[in-house]
Design a protein around this ligand. Structure first.
Ligand code: NAD
Ligand code: TYD
Length: 341
């Protein structure tokens, strides 16, 4: 393994992964292949921009010709696919791009990996298992039961990856991460949205009662797990990557506000997300058996993330003043006004 194509590498987790891997493996070259959608941002990669082992290609994973050309040009031997549309609320408003990238785009990459004889790793999510009742944690062999267009697009990707392993013997692995948080997360996701709103004294729109359970995980812990599966994972297998400890959204909000020294008066309970999964919970025994442990608790992850947003206004302020404003009004305008009535 030497020349790794990281699709979606200009997004949140992808960029953290690129920074991590360039630092850890001096012998690797990283080729970021990214469409630069609203969520892709080259400022996430400023730290490595001058590294001669880092290369960037702007391209769509649905565009087979450009994918093919990039693989040949850089003698790619491995693809790690982070590219996806990733926000559940946007998948409810407009599912089209989710299906294009998550299903067709994954197929294009798998075909390219097959034709060029590459190693392939798919970044997936705990959301493919759907809502999980209290007292149970998903294991990798559970049936996939996605309930949002986003989750369905990701589950479809997983099924395709598995099919290429069984049918063509493609050397694949999958990791299914829980809710990642940390530097460079687009402020539509709950933790950066709430941190940046709180810093500005704006309301925090909590969906429903806020008792939904999530495993908030520090992004670098996830990157370490991907690295491990890439090098030591059993081909054809999926690995859950979570903290193993769940947290109610309201608890996350309270930790966040306390860290930033802001009042709980900013909390607004607004109309719930349709089809909102109440709980995700991952059994992480399999990845632990491979030698991985999360380094941060969920509480540490929330605190560290809140402080990063406090210290990096240069990064998120320009995002929040652009396309984001129209999205925010569409998603939250009515919901927030209803709480004022
Ligand atoms: P993100 O939205 O921050 O970044 C996605 C990146 O993919 C962006 O850079 C975007 O430009 C790029 N992209 C989108 N469509 C593309 C296309 N057609 N061709 C090429 N590039 C394209 O997402 P993220 O939070 O970093 O998530 C990365 C991956 O991890 C996704 O596959 C996601 O499903 C998965 N995941 C995310 C989380 C989480 O909590 N954020 C948890 C588990 C799994
Ligand atoms: P999110 O960051 O969108 O991740 P996901 O839906 O993929 O888990 O949301 C995390 C949790 O926070 C989820 O239970 C929905 C909730 N949430 C809110 O309460 N308000 C919000 O404005 C957002 C974006 C999310």
């Amino acid at each position: 393994m030497k020349n790794i194509m990281v699709t979606g590498g200009a997004g949140f987790i992808g960029s953290n992964f690129v920074i991590y891997i360039l630092e850890k493996y001096p012998e690797y070259d990283i080729i970021v292949y990214d469409k630069l959608t609203y969520a892709g941002n080259l400022e996430n990669l400023l730290e490595v921009a001058d590294d001669p082992r880092y290369h960037f290609v702007q391209g769509d994973i649905c565009d087979a010709a450009t994918v093919d050309e990039t693989i040949t040009r850089f003698s790619i031997d491995t693809i790690i696919n982070f590219a996806a549309e990733t926000h559940v609320d946007r998948s409810i408003l407009a599912p089209d791009a989710f299906i294009q990238t998550g299903v067709y785009g994954t197929y294009v990459l798998l075909e390219a990996a097959k034709n060029h004889g590459l190693r392939y790793h798919q970044i997936s999510t705990d959301e493919v298992y759907g809502h999980i009742p209290a007292g149970y944690s998903s294991v990798e062999t559970d049936k996939l039961d996605p309930r949002s267009p986003y989750a369905a697009s990701k589950a479809s990707g997983d099924l395709l990856v598995n099919a290429y392993f069984i049918t063509y013997g493609l050397p694949v692995t999958i990791t299914r991460g829980s809710n990642n948080i940390g530097p460079f997360q687009y402020p539509e996701k709950v933790v950066p949205l709430f941190a940046s709103n709180a810093i500005d004294g704006l309301p925090l729109p909590v969906y429903g009662d806020g008792q939904q359970m999530r495993e908030y995980q520090y992004v670098v812990d996830h990157c370490e797990a991907i690295d491990l599966v890439l090098h030591k994972g059993v081909l054809g297998e999926a690995y859950n990557v979570g903290t193993g400890v769940e947290m109610a959204n309201m608890t996350m909000v309270e930790i966040l506000l306390d860290t930033l020294g802001k009042s709980r008066d900013l909390i607004r309970h607004v109309a719930d997300r349709p089809g909102h999964d109440r709980r995700y919970s991952l059994n992480v025994d399999k990845i632990k058996a491979l030698g991985w442990e999360p380094r941060h608790s969920s509480e540490e992850a929330v605190r560290k993330t809140a402080v990063w947003y406090q210290q990096n206004e240069w990064w998120w302020r320009k995002i929040k003043s652009g396309e984001f404003k129209a999205y925010y009004e569409k998603q939250y305008g009515e919901r927030l006004r209803a709480t004022e009535a």
